[in-house]
Design a protein around this ligand. Sequence first.
Ligand code: GLN
Length: 246
Amino acid sequence: MKRLLAVLLAGLMVLSLAACTPSQDADYIIYSDNAFAPFEFMKDGAYTGVDMDLMAAIAEDQGFTYTMKNEGFDAAMGAVQAGQADGMIAGMTINDKRKETYDFSDGYFEDGQIMVVAANSTIAAEADLAGKKVAAKKGTESTKYAESLKPTYGFEIIYYDDSPAMYQAVLTGAADACFEDFSVIGWAIKNDGIALKTVGEVVNKAYYGFAVKKGTNPELIEMFNKGLANIKANGKYEAILAKYGY
Ligand code: GLN
């Protein structure tokens, strides 16, 4: 009896150890944004979205494992640059400036940025931002765009860590406008019913890509590209986009 107990206890210890350390065994650590629907967002207690599904499908296709950490966009870029993350997938726009510090996969979705104001705002053009406050999400192309307009029109920029905080600033009047990726603000207006509207045209249209720190993990970029091509060929890519209304 004592012996049986000891064996059972030992078994339990092994099981609980295994349950505590699954992330240690993953081949790669991937970082992502935490609130960027439809690419990554919390639903029923778990992260879901285009990026989450693409990563899962590509890893399955290529036979590697990973741990996903949804820490925010700026945090993900910091983690990749610091070598804490092997890669990131976060609705991240591929461009030449970023290519100086990242290696990107092939593009997997095209989008650009657009101006966003409160549904009842009278702001109708970029020139109307003169003397106003613009909310910006740290590290993004939207922030870069707002910063590029600032000298022309003269407005104040207030920086936020995530998209919801930026929307909230515009909704409460703490800011008069923000810039956001078109499909993401479109999703928030349509699916979350927030009282915001877009103004003008989409700017800086470009592709999103999976990224690693420049010069590191070349095999990961290669597997991502191969996996992406395979899931495009077998219909999985299309099914993932369709799941989110594309
Ligand atoms: N596509 C934008 C960028 O790359 C925004 C990404 C994000 O906020 N997750 O800067």
